[in-house]
Design a binder for this molecule. Structure first.
Ligand SMILES: [Zn+2]
Ligand SMILES: [Zn+2]
Length: 177
């Protein structure tokens, strides 16, 4: 069946922050193609499929790359809005899903939403104070947050210490009709 999940996140930013959500993400998924629960899929808007890889969340081990395969899950809505000092992200995922038991742990039944839903979101934040002072590296490197880290998350400027971003809690992950 075709199922949908909506991911929502908000970041409170100070006037000194230049904040941009990235449109790629990683998401926990019970994948009926490889019949494993708690896999991670890498997703990008415009991609016709997700990339299912190992359960540790990062596609950097050799084993993970060998293990990776396309999965019938993709981003079908992606929207970011800013206003009132808040940067919002809303992302809709659509995927084909069917019930199964995990191949290696037969007692574990898959579900539409993973037992502990997890997502990693990427963003970049720059510092206007450093920009105005003429520092070339005022726009910071790629950064990310993920469900299972310590919240709230704050990001002061690594150069001058100016407060830039606060995220109060983990992103929302909800099954939607
Ligand atoms: Zn898979
Ligand atoms: Zn700064």
């Amino acid at each position: 069946m075709l199922s949908h999940v909506e991911i929502t996140a908000r970041a409170t930013v100070t006037p000194a922050a230049h904040f941009v959500w990235s449109n790629r993400l990683e998401y926990s998924h019970d994948c009926f193609v490889c019949r494993r629960v708690g896999r991670t899929v890498a997703l990008h808007p415009g991609a016709e499929s997700g990339l299912c890889h190992s359960s540790d969340g990062r596609l950097d081990e050799q084993d993970d790359v060998a293990d990776a395969h396309p999965a019938p899950i993709r981003i079908t809505g992606f929207d970011t809005t800013a206003g009132g000092g808040v940067e919002r992200l809303r992302c809709r995922l659509s995927f084909w899903w069917a019930p199964f038991f995990d191949l290696e742990r037969p007692g574990q039944r898959a579900s539409e939403l993973a037992e502990r839903p997890w997502v990693r979101l990427h963003f970049r934040v720059g510092c206007h104070v450093c920009r105005d002072a003429g520092h070339d590296d005022w726009f910071g490197p790629q950064d990310s947050v993920q469900t299972d880290q310590v919240w709230p998350v704050t990001r002061p400027c690594p150069r001058c210490g100016t407060e830039l971003v606060t995220m109060a809690g983990p992103p929302g992950i909800d099954l939607v009709g």
